[in-house]
Write a protein that binds this ligand. Structure first.
Ligand code: PMP
Length: 370
């Protein structure tokens, strides 16, 4: 919606959740080569084994956990389809699913479509950390699944080792499962290490991880992702996957399997995005906009309360219409839209776009501050 409004008003778009970096030529050439060489028919239902093996290798090398590529890894049509298939397969009417707000928008509809009930807890501005007491209070005998997301969209916060240990402890005396949305696993800053649930064997035994090659290789339009889960859960997830899409794009899977042979393709990402984060932060340094430090993802929360006390949805619309810059109001990531003066921006943009966007934000500051 914000993107439509942005294009109607010819606004600088800092709202969209994708980087304006180009896809590697090497990867594009690989896709083209596989297409030309005839890899154009259906792939096996769980994905080509070469790609599943590469993902298993990556998880073993990075997080020291062994996923069986045969039975525990499925290639999906983006993380979105992995999330939907997982929730549809594992929860049903009568079950409760804990959602931690602000939350990415595809979780709740999937829970409701499965007939289950979302139960909400909130992370608080400015740190956006999980309040473990709140989470523990939300658990009861109907709780089936907890959905976590680290690094976190929209806040840019990341879960720590301590958080993961608390999560492990929280579910240890129950049968609760964890859906861990790790699509931004390689976008973490300041030397921090991504805390995948795969690093914690007792958690991994009860968790489903979703990932996205779209996010990993700046190719969100390719809609290729994956899902990892213990075999007995994966068996159920594949029953849904089979009738949602059966399988996903064949030549892209072959190209990704080849491209992933070189881990430099993703290990350099934090530096690129950190540089963007710092550049954007530097541009707003002396302004009245307050930035909460983004520890991961390519998102940044901006507090504009020193400029206006207008509700964030109205303020975001005003920014587009009157000042030509688009950002996402944070309240849309909550079920009960709270009154906040916060926006989410995507800083994974060229200098030119960031300069233009910030110039408009500063104009708004000048015009609107009381
Ligand atoms: N989870 C989160 C937290 C996301 O931000 C996104 C993409 N915006 C997705 C999942 C979906 O990823 P994909 O494009 O691979 O479906």
């Amino acid at each position: 919606m914000m993107t439509d409004l942005a294009s109607q008003h010819n606004a600088v778009n800092l709202s969209q959740g994708f980087p304006d970096f180009s896809v590697s030529d090497k990867l594009i050439n690989l896709v083209t080569t596989y297409m030309k060489n005839g890899y154009n028919q259906y792939a096996p239902m769980p994905g080509i084994i070469e790609l599943r093996e590469k993902i298993a290798e990556k998880f073993f090398n990075l997080y020291n956990y062994n996923y069986n590529p045969d039975t525990e890894i499925t290639i999906t049509s983006g993380a979105t389809q992995a999330i939907y298939a997982t929730i549809s397969a594992l929860v049903q009417e009568g079950d409760e699913v804990i959602i931690i707000e602000p939350a990415y928008d595809s979780y709740v509809p999937a829970v409701r479509m499965a007939g289950a009930t979302p139960v909400f807890i909130q992370m608080k501005y400015p740190e956006f950390k999980i309040e473990w007491n709140d989470l523990n209070r939300a658990i009861n005998s109907r709780t089936k699944l907890i959905i976590i997301n680290t690094p976190h969209n929209p806040s840019g916060s990341v879960l720590s080792t301590e958080d993961m240990e608390k999560l492990q402890k929280t579910i240890s005396s129950s049968k609760i499962m964890v859906l861990s949305d790790e699509v931004y696993e390689h976008i973490v800053f300041d030397g921090y290490e991504h805390q995948s649930v795969a690093r914690f064997p007792h958690l991994a035994e009860r968790s489903i991880i979703v990932g996205s090659f779209g996010k990993l290789f700046h190719a969100t339009g390719w809609k290729t992702g994956y899902c990892l889960a213990p075999a007995e859960m994966m068996k159920e997830i594949r029953k849904i996957h089979q009738f949602m899409v059966f399988c996903v794009n064949t030549p892209i899977q072959y190209a990704l399997a080849e491209f992933l042979k070189n881990s430099d393709t993703f290990l350099h990402l934090p530096a690129i995005f950190q540089e963007r984060r710092n550049y954007f932060g530097h541009l707003l340094n002396n302004s009245l906009y307050k930035l909460t430090p983004s520890a991961g993802t390519y998102f940044q929360i901006i507090d504009y309360s020193a400029i206006s006390d207008e509700q964030d949805v109205d303020f975001a619309i005003r920014l587009v219409k009157d000042f030509g810059v688009a950002a996402i109001p944070l309240s849309v990531f909550y079920r009960e839209k709270p009154k906040v003066n916060l926006l989410r921006v995507c800083f994974a943009k060229s200098n030119e776009t960031l300069n233009a966007g910030v110039a408009q934000l500063l104009k708004a500051q000048e015009k609107l501050k009381a």
